[in-house]
Design a protein around this ligand. Structure first.
Ligand SMILES: Nc1ncnc2c1ncn2[C@@H]1O[C@H](COP(=O)(O)OP(=O)(O)OP(=O)(O)O)[C@@H](O)[C@H]1O
Ligand SMILES: [Mg+2]
Length: 247
């Protein structure tokens, strides 16, 4: 479970600091697949980074599996797998296998456990043909698959993905969607940001809509559809934003 209590994050900026997160409260329950929606600059990446222990909130607290992201960052890191759009975190000079082995070791897996995990992920993502090639020469989709495999190498219970399908072709996006559904079946908790409404509609149980650093809506998709008398998430999203915080 992820519990976010009154989290504010400001970044220093000349005279007036930028408030990226403004008193955010949010709970993501175990086994839920949650889509994080919001315009550019709404605070999605900042929120994911804070949950991932990569940023310290200016005020408020985040608990992941009951552990404080600031005081028990090491514990939290073991529980989560993170992938931020654009940053694969892979070493270009290493092969895909070497990269995955490196991250497995980093998470404290034994040689055998790492090998088993790599075999499983390689099969799942169809990476066999290029497992022993250097990542530096990979196409974007190949890279993204290795990056997602890296995120999952230690079998985390909670997975945070920031715009995971941006830049992927249809085939790779479909592989990703299939993966989300598999992870959901395994009971994993997933929180991912996306600008692709169709993707969110197809994969998520619930959505969180952010606007200017605040959560303007949080709830199950089914409830939202019923309440708004529409199943057009794009339309609902725009009307929520127009109505602002009072919605
Ligand atoms: N390290 C930083 N220093 C200063 N300002 C930052 C920093 N990181 C984020 N911000 C600011 O915080 C706000 C929220 O940014 P964030 O990246 O979280 O938005 P986002 O919802 O992920 O947007 P996008 O959809 O474009 O990825 C923006 O105004 C951004 O400029
Ligand atoms: Mg972002």
């Amino acid at each position: 479970m992820i519990e976010i209590n009154e989290v504010t994050k400001t970044f220093p900026h000349k005279k007036k600091p930028i408030t990226a997160l403004n008193h955010v409260n949010l709970t993501v329950k175990e086994g839920q697949v949650v889509g994080l929606l919001g315009e550019n600059g709404a605070g999605k990446t900042t929120l994911l980074r804070a949950i991932a222990t990569m940023l310290t909130p200016t005020s408020g607290q985040i608990l992941v599996g009951g552990h404080d992201t600031v005081r028990h960052a090491r514990h939290v890191k073991q529980l989560i797998g993170v992938l931020f759009g654009g940053e694969t975190g892979l070493y270009d000079r290493l092969t895909a296998r070497e990269n995955l082995t490196y991250f497995g070791t980093l998470y404290g897996l034994s040689k055998h456990e790492t090998k088993v995990a790599i075999d499983e992920l390689t099969t799942r993502f169809g990476m066999k043909d290029y497992l022993d090639r250097r990542v530096g020469n990979f196409s974007k989709g190949m890279r993204q698959k290795v990056a997602i495999a890296r995120t999952l190498i230690h079998d985390p219970a909670i997975i945070l993905l920031d715009e995971p399908t941006t830049g992927l072709d249809i085939t790779s996006s479909n592989v990703f969607r299939e993966l989300i559904l598999q992870l959901k079946k395994q009971g994993k908790t997933l929180l991912f940001s996306s600008h692709i409404m169709e993707e969110v509609q197809a994969l998520c149980d619930s959505v969180v809509m952010m606007h200017k650093g605040q959560v303007v809506y949080e709830g199950q998709l089914e409830v939202l559809y019923h309440h708004e008398d529409s199943e057009d998430l794009n339309y609902i999203f725009m009307s929520k934003l127009a109505r602002g915080h009072s919605a």
